[in-house]
Ligand binder design. Structure first.
Ligand SMILES: NC(=O)C1=CN([C@@H]2O[C@H](COP(=O)(O)OP(=O)(O)OC[C@H]3O[C@@H](n4cnc5c(N)ncnc54)[C@H](O)[C@@H]3O)[C@@H](O)[C@H]2O)C=CC1
Ligand SMILES: O=C(O)[C@@H]1CCC=N1
Length: 271
């Protein structure tokens, strides 16, 4: 077995991405070593056919991976990276999905010649419907960039940005965004219950409505505003509800405030 890729951290996002890579055939499971201290999560990765270790000391001594993916919480990045310094300074390309953690943090801890790709995925990556946004330093080779782009595209759409500062905004919109949408579904379900619908019906209507509308927004080729107008009959029911949501730009202002809170937190996590 040649260990082409080391995945450090196999929790929610690490596992979501790992299954996407393997299921899409972008890399063979036996070319991956997963480092994960949690026994259950490590076993889950082993079930996929990956080699596993509970910490960096458990990695085979002679491996020389092309890619090291860091998928641990931002709060532990510094201590975790110290264990992977031997792959720094150009030996491997590091891919980080940690919110906030800058490329400079990686270069500082692993050596300034370390190729680093910062990526902000989101949790629908677990079903191949993610949004992944990447920023790379200029040490990343074309070969590594292509390999990583191929891996990420197994989990959904991939976009790149040239200004790393925008990663905090990206994190606040698409990284955390599924959380907002899940909460919207919860809120619509609660409203449906208040309107008298039984629990099961309320939940079903809320999910299918968000799903159908999202697919239509993604695939119809029409602007969301135009689609909204198609639903909104003059003096009809949708207009009555949208008066509540759009009056004084209530929902836009609320979301702007929420996104700004997430953006600020992303900056804090990186400092
Ligand atoms: N969950 C999400 O929707 C998203 C998460 N992210 C980022 O992904 C990263 C991971 O987040 P989650 O998967 O949600 O967290 P998680 O807590 O589910 O996964 C982190 C994993 O790292 C493991 N871990 C801790 N110390 C370790 C070490 N020394 N070596 C190897 N593994 C270690 C933990 O046991 C855990 O399983 C974070 O940096 C987060 O900012 C980014 C975008 C979306
Ligand atoms: O909540 C968080 O910090 C992570 C980053 C984006 C989504 N989840």
């Amino acid at each position: 077995m040649t260990a082409r890729l080391v995945l450090v951290g196999c929790g929610h996002m690490g596992h979501a991405m790992l299954t996407g890579w393997i299921n899409a055939g972008r890399i063979a499971a036996n070319e991956i070593v997963v480092v994960e201290p949690n026994d259950d999560l490590r076993d889950r990765a082993a079930t996929l056919g990956c080699a596993v270790a509970s910490d960096a000391d458990g990695l085979p001594a002679d491996i020389s991976p092309e890619i090291v993916v860091i998928a641990v919480k931002p709060q532990v990045i510094r201590e975790v990276l110290a264990d992977y310094a031997r792959f720094g300074d150009g030996a491997a390309t590091f891919v980080s999905i940690a919110a906030g953690s800058s490329v400079a943090t990686f270069e500082g801890l692993l050596g300034e010649d370390t190729p680093v790709i910062r990526c902000m995925p989101n949790i629908p990556a677990a079903i191949g419907k993610g949004m992944m946004v990447v920023f790379a330093n200029d040490r990343v080779s074309e070969k590594a960039r292509d390999f990583v782009a191929g891996l990420l595209s197994a989990s959904g759409e991939v976009a790149s940005i040239g200004d790393e500062k925008l990663m905090d905004a990206v994190t606040a919109v698409s990284g955390s965004g599924p959380g907002y949408v899940f909460h919207f579904i919860e809120a619509l379900t609660a409203a449906a219950r208040t309107a008298g619908l039984p629990a099961e019906t309320a939940a079903r209507l809320a999910v299918q409505t968000v799903y159908g509308a999202a697919v239509m927004a993604a695939e119809s080729g029409e602007e969301p505003g135009a689609l909204r107008q198609q639903v909104t009959s003059y003096k009809g029911t949708t207009a009555a509800a949208l008066d509540v949501l759009m009056g004084e730009e209530r929902l836009t202002r609320l979301l702007t405030e929420a996104v700004e809170a997430a953006r600020k937190r992303s900056i804090e996590l990186g400092s």
